[in-house]
Ligand binder design. Structure first.
Ligand SMILES: Cc1cc2nc3c(=O)[nH]c(=O)nc-3n(C[C@H](O)[C@H](O)[C@H](O)COP(=O)(O)O)c2cc1C
Length: 259
């Protein structure tokens, strides 16, 4: 299984990934024209040419970007998603599914899908099957919004979790953001474990890989950004190291066992 990283653009290119075997992450892969030295203005690479992305032989270079749809009622992917994704699938083409919550604290918008229960896994299976029937390669995007959330979307109306207890500016982008609760050091392994279990569930659902959502101001990004991470002492490294997922360095390779 493979992992892509969706990282802040000023840290790394979006597409830097790891190949994940069923039991451990094995090697780093870099892919796509963005990282391809041979691509230039004078020597462009046509989109409709094959690309070897780690273990995958893509038949072309057009990728469905992850797009939040808010149609997974009570966080359960719905049968109509099989129609939506299979309509966009091509033989040998890569699709990345919409951002999908790794736990019951991960949601920041209503009706976004989850991957932390058996019901979620079972609901994803026919959707993944529909894409595979068209020959598509299908990745799940794993997501935790952190403080980009509100009490209404949190279990028992609790505060969203983050690297800070500072709230997003009220009303920013029209959101009803609630003040978050800063995670303690002891809680961070549990969050990392949520991502690990979500990856396992993605395997169970039949996905070919996962992308870790590390950008756009969500949880991992909150730990990586000085303006948002106001923890002292052991700071973002607590989450950032295991989630170096985002850094492309090999720290994760030494300690991760996603099986
Ligand atoms: C409605 C909408 C939903 C999106 N949902 C996600 C998402 O779930 N995960 C993500 O990483 N990016 C998401 N994005 C960002 C897109 O994947 C994409 O990166 C962005 O639109 C820039 O690509 P473009 O220039 O082709 O529009 C979303 C964008 C839009 C417009």
């Amino acid at each position: 299984m493979a992992v892509l990283n969706s990282c802040p653009y000023n840290i790394l290119p979006r597409f830097t990934g790891y190949t994940i075997q069923k039991r451990s992450i094995s090697s780093t892969i870099k892919f796509f024209a963005a990282n391809n030295d041979s691509a230039s203005k004078s020597n462009p690479i046509p989109l409709l040419t094959p690309y070897k992305m780690g273990e995958f032989e893509l038949s072309h270079r057009i990728v469905l970007a992850p797009l939040t749809r808010n149609r997974s009622y009570d966080n359960v992917p719905q049968p109509h998603a099989a129609v939506y994704y299979s309509q966009r699938a091509t033989n040998g083409g890569l699709l990345i599914a919409e951002a999908t919550g790794v736990s019951n604290t991960a949601q920041g918008y209503p009706n976004t899908p989850g991957i932390w229960t058996k019901e979620h896994v079972d609901a994803w299976k026919p959707i993944v099957d529909a894409v595979h029937q068209k020959g598509g390669i299908f990745f799940l995007q794993m997501w935790h919004v952190g403080r980009v959330s509100s009490y209404a979307l949190q279990p028992n109306g609790q505060a969203p979790i983050s690297s800070t207890d500072k709230a997003i500016t009220p009303g920013h982008e029209g959101g009803d953001w609630s003040p978050p609760r800063r995670l303690s050091v002891d809680e961070i392994p549990g969050i990392v474990n949520d991502f690990r279990l979500a990856a396992r569930n993605a395997i169970e659902a039949g996905f070919d890989g996962v992308e870790i959502h590390g950008g756009n101001g969500y949880l991992i990004d909150q730990f990586l950004k000085d303006q948002v991470n106001d923890r002292t002492g052991r700071v973002w490294w607590d989450l950032g190291k295991p989630m170096s997922l985002c850094t492309g360095n090999s720290g994760i390779n030494k300690q991760r066992d996603w099986s």
